[in-house]
Design a binder for this molecule. Structure first.
Ligand SMILES: [Zn+2]
Length: 507
């Protein structure tokens, strides 16, 4: 450290001393507040040693603040200029100014006064001594460079740690940090799992927040959960997949390391959670906050045009029982939008028996399917299915070419009409059969690829097993979890309902 001048002959007056404190980089092993308290103690101890019992403390430390207004500094400066102090005491010069720019400003403000600065680190500084001006500024420049080098070294260190796969950010909810590594927190990780399970069960985040608080699960800081955005952002954080992400602003470098710690989510769960949150937030009217009135809320669509059908209250009788009506389809169709979709309205009471019948058939079909689903999804099987798909596709392309050729030969007169009739219809029949086979194989491949179909079916059977006894809200939630929609066709000469299963295979 550059200590350029002798300070032996200076004797301060009896005026109260000004002790100035400001937020600094915290000492290692101490919190910010502990650091500032220890600085204050250093200053008061020093005063005591000197026999200076009259001092005023000016403290610009504000917790967590990047406030640059320095209110206390201004108050102190005013008191100095009014003649109340002639000595400012700081632990080090950088408390008063951190850059040469700030330093010259301070000197400018103290110009023409007899104010002296006493730094425990640097000694006496005389801002108004012409002979000290240059050494003071040089020392200030060196201090500034030291601070900047420190910041640079810190950033290099953090970046290097991140590259090594150490976790350099604050530990996220669900984990604690042990020697730069994330370890699942015994309680928080359970809370996290609870949240994930509830999302997958179809609850919206606002409902889950209520459940968390009821069960006494708290946030990392021990508070009640309240913000939907906090949980949504948390669930989108890839840290739960065992990945460590760090962005260095100074070097504009993005570091991603995988498998740095134990994941709390599988990639399948992560994607499903994202899909569920996304599919709900796409709701344009925000109707997810409205009350569920019937088991078919938000489920019924027009089976002719795909339009969502309104479900509204029709009337309430003397006993207070409300009836509901599915409105007629309002969509205009036809090439010139010249006609209305023919789907008529129907009362919920009339529709529900058909719906429950469809659910019964659906359950029956699932029970049948689970008997035939092959649980052993080996890689060999996948490859053989993929090869079959490849074969079917190339055969389909060949047939297509043969049919095209036959047509052009017929037109050119190379092929007689009777030959054409012998040739083409069998090819068309083959195409049809191959397409069915292709579809089957693609479905099979999908089930092998992404999920164990039997688990999905078993889950659906379990959910539907006791559904009559669930509340209207829960029934509706389960139906919406399993089904994309209930398609309704209800015209003058046709009535049909179709349950449209949700695609849970991520294709
Ligand atoms: Zn329609």
């Amino acid at each position: 450290m550059y200590k350029p001048f002798s300070q032996a002959d200076y004797k301060p007056s009896d005026k109260p001393k000004a002790l100035y404190l400001r937020k600094s980089k915290k000492a290692s092993g101490k919190t910010e507040i502990e650091t500032i308290e220890s600085h204050l103690k250093q200053l008061t101890n020093f005063c005591e040693e000197q026999g200076w019992n009259d001092y005023v403390i000016y403290n610009d430390y504000v917790a967590k603040s990047t406030d640059l207004t320095r209110k206390e500094y201004k108050k102190m400066l005013k008191a100095c200029l009014e003649g109340k102090h002639d000595l400012i005491i700081v632990t080090e010069e950088s408390r008063l100014y951190r850059s040469v720019n700030e330093q010259t400003n301070v000197y400018e403000e103290l110009k023409g006064t007899d104010i002296v600065i006493l730094s425990l680190r640097e000694g006496y500084i005389f801002p108004n001594d012409r002979n000290q001006f240059l050494p003071n500024i040089i020392r200030g420049a060196m201090n500034q460079q030291e601070l900047e080098n420190f910041a640079y070294r810190m950033n290099v260190k953090v970046l290097a740690s991140a590259k090594e796969g150490k976790y350099v950010n604050k530990p996220p909810f669900g984990y604690f940090k042990d020697k730069d590594e994330l370890i699942p927190h015994p309680i928080e990780s359970k809370t996290f799992r609870f949240i994930v399970d509830k999302v997958l069960e179809g609850y919206v985040i606002a409902e889950i927040i209520g459940q968390l608080n009821q069960l006494g699960y708290t946030t990392k800081s021990g508070k009640k959960w309240k913000d939907v955005g906090t949980i949504t952002r948390m669930l989108a954080n890839r840290v739960y997949l065992g990945e460590s992400h760090y962005y260095s602003k100074m070097f504009d470098e993005d570091i991603i390391r995988r498998d740095t710690h134990q994941p709390l989510l599988t990639i399948e769960e992560f994607q499903e959670v994202q899909n569920m949150i996304k599919s709900r937030s796409r709701n344009p009217q925000g109707i997810r906050y409205t009350k569920i009135n019937t088991v078919l809320d938000r489920l019924v669509v027009c089976g002719i045009c795909g339009n969502r059908l309104p479900l509204h209250k029709s009337w309430t009788n003397k006993e207070g029982v409300t009836s509901y009506q599915i409105g007629k389809c309002q969509k205009v169709i036809g090439e010139y939008n010249e006609k209305k979709c023919p789907n008529k309205s129907i009362s919920l009471n009339e529709l529900l028996p058909h719906f429950y019948n469809a659910i019964e058939s659906y359950k029956e079909a699932l029970r049948e399917e689970i008997k035939s689903v092959d649980i052993d999804t080996t890689n060999d099987k996948k490859i053989s299915v993929m090869n079959q798909i490849k074969d079917i596709k190339s055969r389909l392309a060949e047939i297509q070419t043969e049919i095209q050729n036959a047509k052009s030969y017929l037109i050119k007169g190379i092929l007689s009409e009777s030959d054409y009739v012998d040739l083409v219809p069998p090819l068309e029949k083959d195409t049809k059969e191959l397409n069915v086979k292709l579809e089957d194989n693609e479905r099979l491949l999908a089930s092998l690829n992404d999920y164990d179909r039997s688990t999905v079916i078993q889950n659906a059977i379990d959910l539907l097993g006791n559904i009559e006894n669930e509340s209207i809200e829960d029934q509706n939630r389960i139906y919406r979890l399993l089904f994309e929609s209930l398609e309704l066709v209800n015209t003058a000469d046709e009535f049909e309902i179709r349950l449209k299963e949700k695609d849970v295979s991520h294709h």
